[in-house]
Design a binder for this molecule. Structure first.
Ligand SMILES: O=C(O)CCC(=O)C(=O)O
Ligand SMILES: [Fe+2]
Length: 207
């Protein structure tokens, strides 16, 4: 039998997910990695590679400005540049741990850069509404500058159920912060942003 060395950070994430269906991790990516990923996002955005985000999966693409206003670019692991390679190696390490310790059976993953221009938002939704019930865990990694202030808006609000009562968990997109939550269970939204908001969002998928 293979022995897995216990990773306290990953254990904390797993117990958070079991207890509250979400986990917030500070400094999952260090400031240098965040800066490199942010530069890589901005470079591609300025080259005009981003697309208006659509609602629905690839066979059901309807651009719906009234629901979400972000621009996205899917990451391609096979063509990853330096910063993205480090990103994927961290994610893959975490997935490997999940699969070995929790029998989650994560077989696929998909990630995209996202840029929310000033004035945009993403209305309340469930990440599996896009006819994709293979999405198990949603991951959001924030790539904003160090001085992100609450008055910039753009908070992620996760709607929790506390014995039948709805509670709003407000999460600011501070750099290096990663939020992981159950894609099939937790509805959430991105409040209107008052300054450009940068992130990588992705899903760990089964089957
Ligand atoms: O950027 C965030 O905080 C969440 C984004 C989101 O909900 C999504 O892309 O599905
Ligand atoms: Fe979402």
């Amino acid at each position: 039998m293979q022995i897995i060395e216990e990773n306290p950070l990953y254990e904390k994430i797993i117990s958070d997910l079991l207890e509250q269906k979400y986990s917030i991790i500070e400094n999952f990516f260090d400031p240098v990695q965040v800066e490199q990923l942010r530069n890589s996002l901005m470079e591609k955005y300025e080259e005009d590679n981003f697309k208006k985000a659509a609602i629905g999966n690839r066979t059901n693409e309807v651009i719906a400005r009234s629901i979400r206003g972000d621009f996205i670019l899917w990451l391609n692991e096979a063509k990853a540049e330096e910063a993205e390679k480090i990103f994927f190696s961290k994610i893959n390490n975490f997935v490997e741990y999940l699969n070995k310790t929790c029998y989650l059976g994560i077989l696929h993953k998909e990630f995209h850069y996202a840029l929310y221009p000033e004035g945009t938002f993403y209305k309340r939704h469930l990440d599996t509404f896009q006819n994709d019930d293979r999405r198990k865990l949603s991951l959001v990694c924030y790539l904003n500058e160090q001085d992100w202030k609450p008055e910039y808006g753009g908070e992620l609000v996760i709607y929790l159920n506390d014995h039948g009562k709805e509670i709003e968990k407000i999460i600011y997109p501070f750099p290096g912060r990663v939020v992981i939550f159950e894609s099939q269970i937790l509805e959430h939204e991105v409040k209107p942003v008052k300054t450009e908001r940068l992130s990588i969002t992705g899903w760990l998928k089964t089957r």
